[in-house]
Design a protein around this ligand. Sequence first.
Ligand SMILES: NC(=O)c1ccc[n+]([C@@H]2O[C@H](COP(=O)([O-])OP(=O)(O)OC[C@H]3O[C@@H](n4cnc5c(N)ncnc54)[C@H](OP(=O)(O)O)[C@@H]3O)[C@@H](O)[C@H]2O)c1
Length: 357
Amino acid sequence: MLIIETSLLYFCQLFALNPLSNLFLMSFIASPSRYETMKYNRVGRSGLLLPAISLGLWHNFGGVDDFNTARQIILRAFDSGITHFDLANNYGPPPGSAEENFGKIMTKELSPYRDELIISTKAGYQMWPGPYGEWGSRKSLLSSLDQSLRRMKLEYVDIFYSHRYDPNTPLEETMMALSHAVKQGKALYAGISNYAHEQTAQAAELLRQQGTPCLIHQPKYSMLDRWVEKDLLNTIEQYGIGCIAFSPLAQGVLTDRYLQGIPPESRAAKPTGFLQPEQVTQEKLQIVRRLHEIAMNRGQTLAQMAIAWLLKDWRVTSVLIGASNIDQLTQNLAALNNLHFDPWEVMKIDEILNDKA
Ligand SMILES: NC(=O)c1ccc[n+]([C@@H]2O[C@H](COP(=O)([O-])OP(=O)(O)OC[C@H]3O[C@@H](n4cnc5c(N)ncnc54)[C@H](OP(=O)(O)O)[C@@H]3O)[C@@H](O)[C@H]2O)c1
């Protein structure tokens, strides 16, 4: 019965007869099977679930990029159960353009699905000239959020982050600004990114006092950068905060992208890419080759294994990937087909990663 009703709704939507859309001709109809394969994890001790794989718009979605490719990646992601899109005020280039492009796609294609989406943005890095265009003052954070909402043509974001800890602003002020954004209804939840574990504990306490629990921490975390394992993961567990790991593929290094040199269209080759060619070292590629072998024995690509490896820790709510084309997105999503690791595989991977030190 449910299948017949879902198919009927899909058929009606195809012909713009969806009674919910009020005969509005929609250019994008989401796949009825979009929730069939994704896994959803609870964010810390909150009521919110996030997809195990989320999509970030740091690279490939700005004014310098091909809009149609960006649009196709976002729509395919949503069709595959990715309900979470991560942005920041400064994503582009130019800064702000990723939010503008996302706003266009929201308005034209995704607005009927707004309640199915978790959209995040952040403030803290350099965005506009003068003393208020960066860091963590109330002035900077709340002005930036208003700008982000205007660029994305949204009434609210789901998560608003302090993008980095500000050593020169009282943490109370930064956390009060996040809490204020939530109380104003301009954000549903508050998050922090790139905070060390002591700063995270203080921020969590302050937010709790404000009546706005810290929902989530967004740290850099991958096989090649394991700093969170020392203390941060314990801290977020203690405070019931979720974790969304960014740059899980080390910006592409943990894939087969650079095994034969630096391809001209890759992030390391682009003048606007944050990955510098000198960061793709022979030492890293040696490790990547050895990891690649283990991945092949698991019947996975290295990218898939790198994603699965992060998700084996239940404290990692979601892995926040980037993609420059639909093939990468599709390949990375298939990581969910094998999330299991035998103990000897974990040991072997640790051995390889520890060799790096
Ligand atoms: N909070 C923060 O401070 C912060 C900082 C950085 C990122 N982030 C967030 O994290 C998100 C993801 O970061 P990221 O883009 O660095 O993530 P990533 O997943 O580590 O790297 C993505 C890049 O790797 C390459 N790639 C992806 N899948 C591939 C595959 N299957 N085979 C070969 N190459 C592949 C692509 O680069 P090519 O261009 O070479 O194809 C892609 O753009 C960002 O969009 C942002 O939302 C947050």
